[in-house]
Design a protein around this ligand. Structure first.
Ligand SMILES: [Mn+2]
Length: 353
Protein backbone atom coordinates (compact mmCIF):
# COMPACT_ATOMS: atom_id res chain seq x y z
CA UNK A 1 0.00 0.00 0.00
CA UNK A 2 1.51 3.35 -1.00
CA UNK A 3 1.90 5.32 2.21
CA UNK A 4 1.68 8.65 0.34
CA UNK A 5 -1.90 7.83 -0.69
CA UNK A 6 -2.87 6.89 2.85
CA UNK A 7 -1.29 9.97 4.40
CA UNK A 8 -2.80 12.25 1.77
CA UNK A 9 -6.24 10.73 2.49
CA UNK A 10 -5.80 11.33 6.20
CA UNK A 11 -4.67 14.94 5.72
CA UNK A 12 -7.74 15.90 3.72
CA UNK A 13 -10.37 18.01 5.46
CA UNK A 14 -13.00 17.86 2.76
CA UNK A 15 -13.23 14.91 0.43
CA UNK A 16 -15.43 14.08 -2.53
CA UNK A 17 -15.75 10.37 -3.34
CA UNK A 18 -17.07 9.10 -6.63
CA UNK A 19 -17.36 5.93 -8.67
CA UNK A 20 -18.64 4.52 -11.93
CA UNK A 21 -22.05 4.44 -13.61
CA UNK A 22 -24.38 1.54 -12.71
CA UNK A 23 -22.47 1.22 -9.44
CA UNK A 24 -22.02 -2.38 -8.32
CA UNK A 25 -21.27 -3.85 -4.91
CA UNK A 26 -17.56 -3.15 -5.20
CA UNK A 27 -18.09 0.46 -6.30
CA UNK A 28 -20.59 1.30 -3.55
CA UNK A 29 -19.01 -0.81 -0.83
CA UNK A 30 -15.59 0.74 -1.50
CA UNK A 31 -16.74 4.33 -1.63
CA UNK A 32 -19.01 4.08 1.41
CA UNK A 33 -16.41 2.19 3.49
CA UNK A 34 -13.62 4.63 2.70
CA UNK A 35 -15.93 7.58 3.31
CA UNK A 36 -17.10 6.27 6.67
CA UNK A 37 -13.49 5.65 7.69
CA UNK A 38 -12.43 9.18 6.69
CA UNK A 39 -15.46 10.67 8.47
CA UNK A 40 -14.38 8.76 11.55
CA UNK A 41 -11.00 10.43 11.23
CA UNK A 42 -12.65 13.87 11.12
CA UNK A 43 -13.03 14.63 7.42
CA UNK A 44 -16.10 16.02 5.74
CA UNK A 45 -17.13 13.62 2.99
CA UNK A 46 -19.46 14.07 0.02
CA UNK A 47 -20.39 11.00 -1.98
CA UNK A 48 -21.31 12.24 -5.46
CA UNK A 49 -21.95 9.84 -8.30
CA UNK A 50 -23.95 9.58 -11.47
CA UNK A 51 -26.32 6.67 -10.99
CA UNK A 52 -28.51 5.24 -8.25
CA UNK A 53 -27.73 1.76 -6.94
CA UNK A 54 -29.66 -1.31 -8.02
CA UNK A 55 -32.44 -2.27 -5.56
CA UNK A 56 -30.49 -5.24 -4.17
CA UNK A 57 -27.81 -2.81 -2.92
CA UNK A 58 -30.07 -0.16 -1.44
CA UNK A 59 -29.74 -1.60 2.08
CA UNK A 60 -25.99 -0.98 2.31
CA UNK A 61 -24.97 0.98 5.43
CA UNK A 62 -24.73 4.68 4.59
CA UNK A 63 -26.55 4.35 1.26
CA UNK A 64 -28.72 7.37 2.11
CA UNK A 65 -25.62 9.58 2.19
CA UNK A 66 -25.12 9.15 -1.56
CA UNK A 67 -25.84 12.13 -3.78
CA UNK A 68 -26.64 11.63 -7.45
CA UNK A 69 -25.21 14.34 -9.64
CA UNK A 70 -27.86 16.74 -10.88
CA UNK A 71 -25.61 19.65 -11.80
CA UNK A 72 -26.93 21.67 -8.85
CA UNK A 73 -24.96 24.55 -7.43
CA UNK A 74 -24.72 22.76 -4.08
CA UNK A 75 -22.99 19.75 -5.61
CA UNK A 76 -20.75 21.85 -7.81
CA UNK A 77 -19.73 23.83 -4.74
CA UNK A 78 -18.96 20.64 -2.83
CA UNK A 79 -16.69 19.52 -5.66
CA UNK A 80 -15.07 22.96 -5.92
CA UNK A 81 -14.55 23.21 -2.15
CA UNK A 82 -13.04 19.74 -1.74
CA UNK A 83 -9.32 19.54 -1.12
CA UNK A 84 -9.26 15.94 -2.31
CA UNK A 85 -11.26 13.87 -4.78
CA UNK A 86 -11.14 10.09 -4.76
CA UNK A 87 -12.17 8.14 -7.84
CA UNK A 88 -12.73 4.49 -6.99
CA UNK A 89 -13.27 1.33 -9.06
CA UNK A 90 -12.92 3.00 -12.46
CA UNK A 91 -10.11 4.85 -14.18
CA UNK A 92 -11.85 6.65 -17.04
CA UNK A 93 -13.76 9.96 -16.97
CA UNK A 94 -16.57 8.74 -19.22
CA UNK A 95 -17.26 5.87 -16.78
CA UNK A 96 -18.17 8.47 -14.15
CA UNK A 97 -21.24 9.34 -16.20
CA UNK A 98 -22.93 12.68 -15.55
CA UNK A 99 -20.39 13.75 -12.91
CA UNK A 100 -17.35 12.98 -15.10
CA UNK A 101 -16.68 16.47 -16.44
CA UNK A 102 -17.16 18.16 -13.07
CA UNK A 103 -14.73 15.71 -11.42
CA UNK A 104 -12.13 15.83 -14.14
CA UNK A 105 -12.13 19.64 -14.34
CA UNK A 106 -12.07 20.17 -10.57
CA UNK A 107 -8.99 21.85 -9.19
CA UNK A 108 -8.63 19.54 -6.16
CA UNK A 109 -6.00 16.81 -6.09
CA UNK A 110 -7.37 13.59 -7.55
CA UNK A 111 -6.53 10.14 -6.28
CA UNK A 112 -7.36 6.98 -8.17
CA UNK A 113 -8.01 3.77 -6.21
CA UNK A 114 -8.70 0.95 -8.63
CA UNK A 115 -7.91 -2.49 -10.01
CA UNK A 116 -8.59 -1.97 -13.73
CA UNK A 117 -5.80 -1.84 -16.32
CA UNK A 118 -4.71 1.18 -18.36
CA UNK A 119 -5.77 4.20 -16.26
CA UNK A 120 -6.25 7.57 -17.92
CA UNK A 121 -3.60 10.20 -17.27
CA UNK A 122 -5.46 12.88 -15.30
CA UNK A 123 -5.01 11.50 -11.76
CA UNK A 124 -2.49 13.18 -9.46
CA UNK A 125 -1.82 10.07 -7.39
CA UNK A 126 -2.94 6.53 -7.59
CA UNK A 127 -3.21 3.28 -5.74
CA UNK A 128 -3.78 0.78 -8.51
CA UNK A 129 -3.23 -2.96 -8.33
CA UNK A 130 -4.52 -4.91 -11.27
CA UNK A 131 -4.13 -8.20 -9.46
CA UNK A 132 -6.38 -7.07 -6.62
CA UNK A 133 -9.64 -8.98 -6.34
CA UNK A 134 -11.61 -5.79 -5.99
CA UNK A 135 -11.34 -2.13 -5.07
CA UNK A 136 -12.69 -3.20 -1.68
CA UNK A 137 -9.47 -5.14 -1.07
CA UNK A 138 -7.46 -1.96 -1.77
CA UNK A 139 -9.64 0.05 0.63
CA UNK A 140 -8.95 -2.58 3.29
CA UNK A 141 -5.22 -2.19 2.60
CA UNK A 142 -5.52 1.56 3.13
CA UNK A 143 -7.43 1.14 6.39
CA UNK A 144 -5.32 -1.78 7.62
CA UNK A 145 -2.91 0.23 9.83
CA UNK A 146 -6.05 1.27 11.70
CA UNK A 147 -8.14 -1.91 11.81
CA UNK A 148 -9.68 -0.96 15.17
CA UNK A 149 -11.80 1.50 13.21
CA UNK A 150 -13.44 -1.29 11.23
CA UNK A 151 -16.94 -1.32 12.67
CA UNK A 152 -19.93 -3.42 11.58
CA UNK A 153 -20.80 -0.94 8.81
CA UNK A 154 -17.32 -0.78 7.30
CA UNK A 155 -16.98 -4.56 7.58
CA UNK A 156 -20.32 -5.10 5.84
CA UNK A 157 -19.39 -2.70 3.07
CA UNK A 158 -15.97 -4.21 2.40
CA UNK A 159 -17.31 -7.75 2.66
CA UNK A 160 -19.95 -6.86 0.06
CA UNK A 161 -17.39 -5.18 -2.19
CA UNK A 162 -15.02 -8.15 -2.18
CA UNK A 163 -17.72 -10.81 -2.34
CA UNK A 164 -19.55 -9.29 -5.29
CA UNK A 165 -16.39 -8.63 -7.33
CA UNK A 166 -15.07 -12.15 -6.80
CA UNK A 167 -18.27 -14.04 -7.64
CA UNK A 168 -18.47 -15.07 -3.98
CA UNK A 169 -14.73 -15.78 -3.66
CA UNK A 170 -14.24 -17.95 -6.69
CA UNK A 171 -12.44 -15.87 -9.36
CA UNK A 172 -8.75 -16.09 -10.15
CA UNK A 173 -7.69 -13.06 -8.09
CA UNK A 174 -8.87 -14.67 -4.86
CA UNK A 175 -5.76 -15.33 -2.78
CA UNK A 176 -5.11 -16.54 0.75
CA UNK A 177 -4.80 -12.87 1.63
CA UNK A 178 -8.32 -12.17 0.35
CA UNK A 179 -9.65 -14.91 2.62
CA UNK A 180 -7.68 -13.51 5.57
CA UNK A 181 -9.15 -10.07 4.93
CA UNK A 182 -12.63 -11.61 4.79
CA UNK A 183 -12.01 -13.50 8.04
CA UNK A 184 -10.93 -10.25 9.69
CA UNK A 185 -14.03 -8.43 8.41
CA UNK A 186 -16.34 -11.18 9.68
CA UNK A 187 -14.71 -11.06 13.11
CA UNK A 188 -14.52 -7.30 13.49
CA UNK A 189 -17.99 -6.65 12.12
CA UNK A 190 -19.66 -9.65 13.75
CA UNK A 191 -20.97 -10.40 10.27
CA UNK A 192 -23.31 -13.16 9.24
CA UNK A 193 -22.26 -13.95 5.64
CA UNK A 194 -25.50 -15.80 4.95
CA UNK A 195 -27.56 -12.67 5.65
CA UNK A 196 -25.41 -10.54 3.34
CA UNK A 197 -25.54 -13.11 0.58
CA UNK A 198 -29.33 -13.41 0.88
CA UNK A 199 -29.79 -9.63 0.88
CA UNK A 200 -27.76 -9.37 -2.32
CA UNK A 201 -28.84 -12.40 -4.28
CA UNK A 202 -32.11 -13.83 -2.97
CA UNK A 203 -34.20 -10.86 -4.01
CA UNK A 204 -35.01 -11.82 -7.56
CA UNK A 205 -38.32 -11.16 -9.22
CA UNK A 206 -40.22 -13.90 -11.00
CA UNK A 207 -39.83 -11.84 -14.18
CA UNK A 208 -36.06 -11.96 -13.93
CA UNK A 209 -36.21 -15.75 -13.66
CA UNK A 210 -38.51 -15.89 -16.69
CA UNK A 211 -35.94 -13.78 -18.51
CA UNK A 212 -33.25 -16.26 -17.48
CA UNK A 213 -35.36 -19.10 -18.89
CA UNK A 214 -35.78 -17.37 -22.23
CA UNK A 215 -32.13 -16.33 -22.35
CA UNK A 216 -30.80 -19.83 -21.64
CA UNK A 217 -32.63 -21.14 -24.70
CA UNK A 218 -30.66 -18.73 -26.85
CA UNK A 219 -27.14 -19.88 -26.02
CA UNK A 220 -25.10 -20.83 -29.07
CA UNK A 221 -21.77 -22.65 -28.93
CA UNK A 222 -19.06 -22.16 -31.56
CA UNK A 223 -15.44 -23.16 -32.07
CA UNK A 224 -15.86 -26.66 -30.73
CA UNK A 225 -17.79 -25.45 -27.71
CA UNK A 226 -14.99 -23.17 -26.47
CA UNK A 227 -16.90 -19.98 -27.33
CA UNK A 228 -20.47 -19.48 -26.23
CA UNK A 229 -22.73 -16.51 -26.78
CA UNK A 230 -26.24 -15.31 -26.18
CA UNK A 231 -28.04 -12.38 -27.77
CA UNK A 232 -31.00 -10.78 -26.06
CA UNK A 233 -33.35 -8.59 -28.12
CA UNK A 234 -35.27 -5.84 -26.37
CA UNK A 235 -38.51 -7.59 -27.31
CA UNK A 236 -37.80 -10.45 -24.89
CA UNK A 237 -37.16 -8.04 -22.04
CA UNK A 238 -40.53 -6.45 -22.78
CA UNK A 239 -42.25 -9.82 -23.21
CA UNK A 240 -41.37 -11.05 -19.74
CA UNK A 241 -41.52 -7.63 -18.09
CA UNK A 242 -37.84 -7.71 -17.13
CA UNK A 243 -36.10 -4.70 -15.58
CA UNK A 244 -32.72 -3.20 -16.45
CA UNK A 245 -30.79 -5.03 -13.72
CA UNK A 246 -32.30 -8.41 -14.57
CA UNK A 247 -29.66 -9.17 -17.20
CA UNK A 248 -26.94 -9.14 -14.52
CA UNK A 249 -25.08 -12.43 -14.38
CA UNK A 250 -26.56 -13.88 -17.59
CA UNK A 251 -23.11 -13.97 -19.18
CA UNK A 252 -21.84 -16.16 -16.35
CA UNK A 253 -24.48 -18.76 -17.19
CA UNK A 254 -22.69 -19.32 -20.49
CA UNK A 255 -19.35 -19.78 -18.73
CA UNK A 256 -20.89 -22.45 -16.52
CA UNK A 257 -21.14 -24.82 -19.51
CA UNK A 258 -18.53 -27.56 -19.52
CA UNK A 259 -15.76 -26.68 -21.98
CA UNK A 260 -16.72 -23.04 -22.52
CA UNK A 261 -13.72 -20.77 -22.00
CA UNK A 262 -15.05 -17.61 -23.57
CA UNK A 263 -18.56 -16.19 -23.21
CA UNK A 264 -20.21 -13.22 -24.85
CA UNK A 265 -23.54 -11.69 -23.96
CA UNK A 266 -25.20 -9.24 -26.36
CA UNK A 267 -27.92 -7.08 -24.94
CA UNK A 268 -30.00 -4.80 -27.11
CA UNK A 269 -30.91 -1.47 -25.51
CA UNK A 270 -32.47 1.68 -26.91
CA UNK A 271 -29.37 3.24 -28.40
CA UNK A 272 -27.49 0.16 -29.49
CA UNK A 273 -26.01 -3.06 -28.15
CA UNK A 274 -24.14 -3.75 -24.95
CA UNK A 275 -21.61 -6.54 -25.19
CA UNK A 276 -20.19 -8.34 -22.14
CA UNK A 277 -17.13 -10.53 -22.63
CA UNK A 278 -16.04 -13.10 -20.05
CA UNK A 279 -13.32 -15.73 -20.17
CA UNK A 280 -11.38 -18.22 -18.14
CA UNK A 281 -7.66 -18.40 -17.41
CA UNK A 282 -5.30 -17.34 -20.18
CA UNK A 283 -8.03 -16.46 -22.64
CA UNK A 284 -7.92 -12.67 -22.62
CA UNK A 285 -10.92 -10.79 -23.95
CA UNK A 286 -9.50 -7.29 -23.40
CA UNK A 287 -8.18 -6.63 -26.94
CA UNK A 288 -11.32 -8.09 -28.48
CA UNK A 289 -13.45 -5.67 -26.46
CA UNK A 290 -11.09 -2.81 -27.28
CA UNK A 291 -11.49 -3.52 -31.00
CA UNK A 292 -15.14 -2.53 -30.54
CA UNK A 293 -14.45 0.59 -28.51
CA UNK A 294 -14.66 -1.06 -25.09
CA UNK A 295 -12.19 -2.32 -22.52
CA UNK A 296 -11.75 -4.01 -19.18
CA UNK A 297 -9.89 -6.87 -17.56
CA UNK A 298 -8.33 -9.99 -19.05
CA UNK A 299 -11.28 -12.16 -18.00
CA UNK A 300 -14.04 -9.55 -17.96
CA UNK A 301 -14.52 -6.77 -20.49
CA UNK A 302 -17.33 -4.85 -22.08
CA UNK A 303 -18.20 -2.66 -25.02
CA UNK A 304 -21.11 -0.55 -26.15
CA UNK A 305 -21.77 -0.43 -29.88
CA UNK A 306 -24.27 2.01 -31.35
CA UNK A 307 -25.56 -0.47 -33.89
CA UNK A 308 -28.51 -2.84 -33.84
CA UNK A 309 -28.12 -6.26 -32.30
CA UNK A 310 -28.45 -8.21 -35.54
CA UNK A 311 -25.46 -6.34 -37.01
CA UNK A 312 -23.31 -6.42 -33.91
CA UNK A 313 -23.60 -10.15 -33.19
CA UNK A 314 -22.10 -11.49 -36.44
CA UNK A 315 -19.42 -8.78 -36.53
CA UNK A 316 -18.19 -9.41 -33.00
CA UNK A 317 -18.37 -13.19 -33.29
CA UNK A 318 -16.56 -13.19 -36.64
CA UNK A 319 -13.73 -11.14 -35.09
CA UNK A 320 -13.14 -13.61 -32.24
CA UNK A 321 -10.33 -15.60 -33.93
CA UNK A 322 -8.36 -12.36 -34.44
CA UNK A 323 -7.99 -11.97 -30.68
CA UNK A 324 -8.26 -15.48 -29.28
CA UNK A 325 -6.58 -18.75 -29.98
CA UNK A 326 -9.72 -20.76 -30.73
CA UNK A 327 -10.20 -24.18 -32.28
CA UNK A 328 -11.52 -23.82 -35.83
CA UNK A 329 -15.21 -23.43 -36.18
CA UNK A 330 -16.60 -26.08 -38.49
CA UNK A 331 -18.40 -23.56 -40.61
CA UNK A 332 -16.46 -20.71 -42.16
CA UNK A 333 -19.72 -18.83 -42.38
CA UNK A 334 -22.34 -18.75 -39.67
CA UNK A 335 -23.83 -22.17 -39.03
CA UNK A 336 -27.35 -22.98 -40.20
CA UNK A 337 -28.45 -22.81 -36.62
CA UNK A 338 -27.00 -19.33 -36.21
CA UNK A 339 -28.36 -18.21 -39.53
CA UNK A 340 -31.83 -19.38 -38.45
CA UNK A 341 -31.31 -17.74 -35.11
CA UNK A 342 -30.36 -14.41 -36.65
CA UNK A 343 -33.31 -14.37 -39.00
CA UNK A 344 -35.60 -15.24 -36.12
CA UNK A 345 -34.13 -12.31 -34.26
CA UNK A 346 -34.73 -10.01 -37.22
CA UNK A 347 -38.31 -11.25 -37.32
CA UNK A 348 -38.78 -10.61 -33.61
CA UNK A 349 -37.37 -7.16 -34.05
CA UNK A 350 -39.60 -6.23 -36.95
CA UNK A 351 -42.61 -7.31 -34.90
CA UNK A 352 -41.77 -4.81 -32.21
CA UNK A 353 -40.92 -1.86 -34.45
MN1 LIG B 1 -14.28 -3.60 -8.95
Amino acid sequence: MPTDVRSRLLQAKSVVLTTHVSPDGDALGSVLALGRYLEGRGARVDYILSDEPAPNLDWLPGIDDLQFFDGSLRQREAIAAADLIVIADTNAAHRLGSVGDAIRNASAEKILIDHHPAPEGWFDRSFVRETASSTGELIYDLIEPDTDRIDAAIATLLYTAIMTDTGSFRYSHVTPRVHRIIADLIERGGLNPDDIHAALYDTRSINSLRLLGRALERITLLHGGVLGYMALPKSIMQDVGAQKGDTEGLVNQILSIDGVQVAVFFHEIDKGTKVSFRSRGDYSVTRWAQAFGGGGHRNASGAFITEPLEQVVPRVIAAAPNYLDLPPDNEAELSDEDQAYLSEMLKLKSQTT
